[in-house]
Design a binder for this molecule. Sequence first.
Ligand code: C2E
Ligand code: CA
Ligand code: CA
Length: 550
Amino acid sequence: MKRSVLIVEDNSINRTMLAAILQKRYNVIQSTNGKEALQILKEQGHAISAVLLDINMPVMDGYQVLSLMKSDESLRSIPVLVATGEIDVDAEEKALSLGANDFFLKPYKPSIINLSLENTIALCESSALINEVTYDELTGLLSPAFFFKRAQAMLDQSEGDLVLACCVADHMELINELYGTSMESAVIKRIGEALSSIADNDTILGRIGHDRFAGIGPMINLDPDKLGELENEVNSDGLSLRIRLCHGRYLISRSMGSPIRVLCDRALLAADSIRGDRTCSLAVYDESFTKRLLREQFLVNSMASSIKEKQFQVYYQPKNDLKTGKVIGAEALVRWISPERGLISPLEFIPLFERNGLITQLDQYVWEQVCKDLREWKNKGIDIPHVSVNVSRIDVLNPAIGNVLNKLIGKYGLKHSDLHLEITESAYTYDSQTLVDVVQCLRSQGFILEMDDFGKGFSSLSMLSSLPINILKLDMDLVRSGNLNDRKSVVLGFVITLARELGIPVIAEGVETREQAETLCRMGCDFAQGYYYSRPLPRDAFEAYLKGTK
Ligand code: C2E
Ligand code: CA
Ligand code: CA
């Protein structure tokens, strides 16, 4: 296919001659003055490989055309060859300063014009290509290959210590799901801009993955306040979902000599370790990360087979009425009893499975076990008003969750109200409409919804009035303050009063002593769960406990 070139020349003889020289190799477009040329460029600029421009023209001279082209983002990269009448140093200097790429002399010499046009086009096209691979198109930061190349060079040449910083944007997949790819791109661009704005001149920055950025330099800021400001900047335009930036650092001392990619993997490991943890936005790599990673790999790799081998067991912890002490229900809590590793706490594997999505499978397994046990207890005439199961944030965002739960209810012949769904409070603070809709829908089907961990850090009291929940479950930390005479206990009393005003029953978790139970009862709290009544018990032990409390 022939490339297109544009001739801008008012003199018709010159123009026709030039066109005749070029049309063998090029598709030639002709224009008689600068204004018309700019119009053509605006419409077809993307398809024009070069402009041959006369300087002396009526209406708009060649200098003006040149300076307008170079100040226009979309036309800047089209090469321009300027025609001069004789050797005129001043004219050449002026044209060069305005961004001309080359000159050609009148009268025209076909072979010279063809050669210089060919060279100019080739040069511009290859530099555009280099630009494309050097820089990330969306953010203008270095592309992965070039970041690693330049960072390695900095590492090799540096005399002093360096900091390698990685930044991972959490929740990008949700942004895509909820707002589409153009919003996702806008957010990534904004993160790039925010990172550039805080990097000093000695820092090299790159976008090294879809939602991953890296920087290396002698003086990268480690101040958590600065990182908080950075995150606020990224979130400034009021997306309902907060983008979290997780920062991982690797401190490089001169003697180390590891390749940059290895160091970068480690900084990323540190950043990934705090995904989903809203209390922390910066992690600095040390040796413990590798050990942890190996253990996590073991947990992830053996999860599916462990379900089959029934290594996951459901324990039950009773919920009691604070006034009468009677059992009003129970919470199902999963335990992993591994033949190789012993008892593994859910605090270790649940957050991990939430990060990689495996939680869906595990939760559905637990729900089914609970339904099975409930059926069996009903058959045996053992009365347990309800069992609550934990529902992770990822489960709620799955639109099929209602179907899954309804199927289980049907399969085991249960009522919706036999199953309470505990959704952790932090899930609501994402405040995505999808989540509120799904919760509303589950509630309208007859499930009872408990807001778990209320008071753990970021609760908003206004959520209580606007969210479709049935029961409020107070977080352990808040409950513990019940016996102290401090501000937290004022908050505790206030939350209980407010929930009562709104007609929402309150259950306190982590109640360990009689004093705590009595204080809570006095404050107007309805129910309690905790070691004071019972630890979580294996299925059979719990059955015995139920019989014993009769
Ligand atoms: P959670 O839902 O807030 O569960 C309460 C945790 O407090 C349980 O820890 C329970 O054993 C513990 N606990 C109960 N009473 C007391 C007490 O008096 N004192 C103290 N110190 N602790 C008490 P556990 O079983 O280790 O579970 C930890 C977390 O793991 C749970 O917190 C829940 O978020 C998650 N989890 C447990 N099982 C499941 C599950 O099947 N699915 C999902 N998605 N998450 C689960
Ligand atoms: Ca819970
Ligand atoms: Ca809880």
